[in-house]
Design a protein around this ligand. Structure first.
Ligand SMILES: [Zn+2]
Length: 304
């Protein structure tokens, strides 16, 4: 059993400024980097993607590792950028549902292994399940997306075993499909079963907010999938809106605003699940460091 201070709790970081803020909280010992956001907002690239190849930016990796070490961060996770188009010349255009992109997507995990071995970055890599709709249009059927994803994760599973990779991979449960933007599978339990059911090394990242916007997914099912490598813990009003992404409000979850708050707390305690507070930019801005510190103290007390 972990002590109160040992539970891994932290935030996502979508800019260098945000990284510096969230690692400075005394009760934070975990961080999840979103490299595409950090690139866009801070012009800092953890790695480059060009001509189908991934190259680590060693200076940046070293700098991020130093920042995390200085603040006693015990685990650095990575959230892999997800597809918004079908165009392999950009990282955002690499699709799991497109088998022609699989070699390149595998190369990304080989790079993550290097990041983890050299800089302890990417202890957990969280990925969205394959998208089947891009820019609101159905590019693949759900069955095609499942079949291609299943093939990809079987290949990744074999690679992890063969090379004895130590980092963990988790696919995230998703919201119900939207009319615009990209929509991924992974909002129904049997889609996740089919995607990773036959693997032994691919786990789950539970997203409590997405679960509220996918009513056929149950918390029991989410906790039933082998390895729970991490959790995105946040809440929203639970009213699904097919026309926008604003329903996924990413607010701090409390016993007052999240009907299943204590079930998640129990699940975290039982499984020692690392917790990423994936909180919206606006709420992070609104709250003072003291208020956020109080939330962190309370969350640790509740879990423990
Ligand atoms: Zn999430």
């Amino acid at each position: 059993m972990l002590s109160k201070e040992e539970y891994l709790i932290g935030f996502h970081a979508r800019s260098m400024e945000e990284l510096l803020r969230v690692v400075s909280f005394k009760k934070v010992n975990l961080v999840e980097l979103k490299p595409d956001y950090i690139q866009r907002r801070s012009r800092v690239s953890l790695y480059e993607y060009q001509d189908g190849k991934f190259t680590i930016n060693h200076k940046v990796a070293e700098e991020i590792r130093e920042i995390c070490y200085r603040h006693y961060i015990a685990q650095i996770q990575l959230h892999v950028p997800f597809e918004t188009k079908n165009d392999p010349s950009e990282e955002k255009g690499l699709c799991y549902a497109n088998k022609e992109h699989h070699d390149t997507l595998i190369a990304r995990f080989e790079m993550i292994n290097e990041l983890y071995e050299k800089y302890s970055i990417g202890a957990v890599a969280v990925v969205h399940p394959p998208a089947f709709r891009l820019e609101g249009k159905e590019v693949w059927s759900i069955d095609e997306a499942i079949a291609a994803g299943r093939k990809f994760f079987a290949r990744l599973d074999a690679l992890i075993k063969e090379r004895r990779y130590k980092f963990k991979v988790g696919i995230e449960n998703m919201v119900n499909p939207k009319k615009s933007g990209s929509s991924c599978i992974g909002y129904l339990p049997n889609q996740i079963d089919k995607l990773i059911g036959r693997t032994s090394e691919i786990g789950i990242n539970i997203d409590s907010g997405h679960r509220l916007l996918a009513h056929e997914m149950s918390i029991a099912r989410l906790f039933s999938y082998g390895d729970i490598v991490s959790m995105h813990f946040h809440t929203n009003s639970g009213e699904f809106d097919a026309d926008s992404y604003d329903d996924d409000e990413h607010e701090f979850a409390t016993e007052k605003n999240h009907v299943h708050y204590w079930r998640y707390i129990a699940g975290i305690r039982r499984r020692d699940t690392p917790v990423i507070l994936e909180i919206s930019r606006s709420q992070m801005k609104k709250l003072s460091d003291t208020e956020i510190g109080m939330y962190l103290t309370q969350l640790r007390n509740h879990i423990w």
